[in-house]
Design a protein around this ligand. Sequence first.
Ligand SMILES: [Zn+2]
Length: 75
Amino acid sequence: MGMFLCEECGKAEVVDVIPRRGKICFGCHIKGIRLGFAHGKEDFHGPTIKERQDLQVAQAKSAGINAEPVGNRWV
Ligand SMILES: [Zn+2]
């Protein structure tokens, strides 16, 4: 067991080992994740996975590659 003072809020955090993330208490760590999530949420407004797949197929076709599954081509 050990403890450290959180570098973010100064709270004493009791831990088994100092987290790899640094001397950040769990509360501040979670806040950081939420902050990262808020910053990263623009991804959800971007193309969906399906749209990205369609785009890849379109790009492949424009590059002269038939991106359809091989199994469907020769039946
Ligand atoms: Zn903290």
